[in-house]
Design a protein around this ligand. Structure first.
Ligand code: F6R
Length: 630
């Protein structure tokens, strides 16, 4: 892995970076390297010292280590571990503590001796933190230093919890978490207000002292910070960039996380490329953005000066190329997402026939489809298509306790206002309130409470859909079992989940499917929900209706789609933008990204406008996936 030659395409990368098809192959490679080290040290009667991370990123790596232990007799008896960090204030038993995480994800499944495991203690009194951190550093030294340090990266560019501002020489210490990091942990703690404000973390200097460092990153949300880390300057505003100064640092990333690297995003700047159609479109859009010119005003010189002279020779002059790409983008715009009946559809993103179409919209949590495509839902309904909105999971984990309590109080008030006897309802409301009061801070909800939260969210989902003119008969709640049995970052899909999705597909035989999550971090809900769909679709390969079915992807919590990737752009009038906002606000528990969704749609419209297209109020955008490629 270490001696991979760098190519011209990688010339801007200052850290050796390997792009894998998915996280599983990357993790298998790292696990094999770790297993080699452990076995070599076993033969020498020495220990292997590993630095470990928590979070979503290393989960598939730990799964592979467990597999190697169970199936290939890899023993961890000679392994010593040091974890990067722990939330300050959380006891080792707390369900979100990193102690607990490591036991659940790795230590309980392998034969590592307890005394070999080291994780910073989150409950040290404030005046003892300094001493305790120093002891941690000493323990690393006593163990002979870290052989391989495994890392993830936060959206702030943190490694461990070394937030922006951390210095190169920092050592283990208590730090204040960045607001972005706390937002990212909000799901785990059932609300940002519950996320600890401080953490104990190894320092940047501690990490750099490891003999080898391997950082992993999955999903599109990491793409921007990853490119800054690998290609940008070394700066304490991106603490991971200090890894450029490490003699043996490697990054293992998946394709989604690689999207902002120069060799992927603008490869013509670092060598010769094949000018296939999609790349050409992306390059022209990029050039227009870089030169701040609409497409039709680009000239030969602009192409030549920006690494695109070969494109110009092949497909120019500029004017011809401009017109072609302008038309291509123009043809992505359609106010008829289900196809325009009886119209020439040669240049439309969706076919005219059949009409009406059977349309299935998959929403991982009830909020997702509304926040991403409420305007399109509205158009599909008003244009007469048979729409079925499938809420894949109940979304109950997002509903705060206060919402359940408010409902119970309203129920008790209503009961006291009735002449008839509402004893059943009163007992129910009191029972829920008692369960919530008995629940410890941050504890998981008992099943009855979780069910109530799911039902409350159902009500909101029906209201949100009604705003888009979608009646209750066109909405289904699938309640996929993986969600109700698990919690964020610890979900496990089973065949039962895929079967439920397959049954809906077989029942409806859709002409169009809308979905999300193909580019998300694999441990997220959105990614898992997409996997239920992609597995169901591949199980159905060969079904005759599938040949006529198109798959349209919308973006949810991932970064917004780039214009070059858009295959269908559905414009929204100012009224529709208001309607969408209204629809989103039917949900009590909306995130900042969701409440900002219409502004994102406005930004896409502004980008189209800057390229020289018509100026719309807002645009909802979709990419197209080929079902047979899944
Ligand atoms: C965890 C840690 C953090 C995470 C980072 C990414 O021990 O130190 O730096 O690696 O926040 O988190 P995930 O993997 O959840 O995206």
């Amino acid at each position: 892995m270490k001696n991979h030659p760098t190519s011209e395409a990688e010339s801007r990368e200052k850290i050796r970076t390997f792009i894998h098809a998915d996280s599983n192959t990357a993790c298998a490679e790292l696990a094999a390297e770790v297993a080699d080290l452990i076995r070599t040290r076993q033969k020498e009667n020495k220990s292997a010292v590993l630095g470990l991370a928590t979070g979503s990123t290393p989960v598939p790596f730990y799964k592979e280590l467990i597999r190697l232990h169970q199936e290939e007799n890899l023993s961890f008896a000679n392994v010593v571990t040091f974890n990067l960090d722990e939330y300050y204030g959380l006891s080792p038993e707390h369900r979100e503590s990193y102690h607990r995480f490591m036991r659940d994800q790795l230590f309980d499944h392998i034969d590592i001796p307890d005394e070999n495991v080291h994780i910073p203690t989150g409950t040290v009194p404030a005046d003892e933190v300094f001493g305790s951190c120093r002891q941690y550093e000493e323990a690393i030294e006593m163990a002979g230093g870290i052989d391989i340090q495994v890392l993830g990266i936060g959206r702030t560019g943190h490694i461990g919890f070394n937030e922006p501002g951390s210095t190169r020489d920092s050592r283990t210490r208590r730090i204040t978490l960045d607001p972005v990091t706390r937002q990212d942990a909000a799901g785990d703690f059932l609300g940002e207000e519950n996320v600890p404000r401080f953490a104990i973390t190894m320092g940047v200097g501690t990490i750099l002292s490891a003999r080898r460092v391997v950082l992993m990153a999955w999903g599109e949300n990491k793409a921007a910070v990853l490119a800054r880390t690998v290609e940008g300057p070394v700066t304490d505003s991106v603490p991971a960039s200090f890894l450029q100064e490490h003699a043996d640092a490697t990054f293992l990333i998946d394709e989604a996380a690689s999207k902002e690297l120069t060799r992927i995003k603008t490869p013509w700047l670092v060598g010769a490329v094949e000018w296939e159609p999609l790349r050409t479109r992306g390059a022209v859009i990029w050039l227009a953005g870089t030169l701040k010119e609409p497409i039709l005003k680009l000239v030969d010189r602009g192409y030549n000066e920006n690494g695109m002279s070969e494109l110009l020779t092949e497909q120019g002059p500029a004017y011809n190329l401009n017109i072609r790409i302008f038309n291509e983008i123009q043809h992505t715009i359609s106010g008829w997402p289900g196809g325009k009946p009886n119209a020439d559809d040669t240049h439309r993103p969706e076919r005219a026939a059949p009409f009406p179409k059977r349309v299935l919209i998959f929403s991982p949590e009830p909020h997702d489809a509304i926040a991403s495509m409420a305007g399109t839902v509205n158009r599909l309904c008003e244009q007469g298509h048979e729409v079925l909105l499938i809420n894949q999971t109940s979304g109950s984990l997002r509903v705060p306790d206060t919402e359940a309590i408010r409902f119970c109080h309203a129920l008790l008030e209503t009961a006291s206002d009735q002449e008839t006897n509402w004893t059943g309802q009163i007992a129910y409301a009191k029972g829920i309130i008692e369960r919530l009061q008995a629940k410890g801070f941050n504890d998981i909800d008992p099943p009855e409470v979780r069910r109530l939260k799911a039902l409350l969210l159902r009500g909101e989902a029906l209201d949100a859909a009604a705003v888009c003119k979608l009646p209750p008969t066109c909405i289904r709640f699938l309640d996929l079992p993986f969600y109700d049995k698990g919690r964020y970052r610890r979900f496990e899909l089973t065949d039962a989940d895929v079967t439920l999705v397959r049954q809906v597909l077989e029942e409806v035989k859709p002409h169009q499917v809308y979905a999300t999550g193909n580019l998300a971090d694999p441990s997220t809900m959105q990614s898992l929900c997409f996997r239920t769909l992609s597995q169901a679709l591949s199980n159905l390969k060969g079904a005759s209706w599938l040949k006529d079915c198109r798959l349209w992807m919308y973006r949810g919590k991932e970064i917004p789609v780039q214009v070059a990737e858009i295959a269908m752009a559905v414009p929204m009038s100012p009224d529709q933008a208001n309607l969408k906002n209204h629809s989103i606000h039917q949900f009590q528990s909306i995130t900042e990204t969701e409440s900002n969704a219409v502004n994102q749609n406005r930004e896409i419209a502004a980008q189209y406008d800057r390229l020289g297209m018509a100026e719309y109020e807002a645009i909802e955008a979709f990419e197209r996936e080929t079902i047979s490629d899944l």
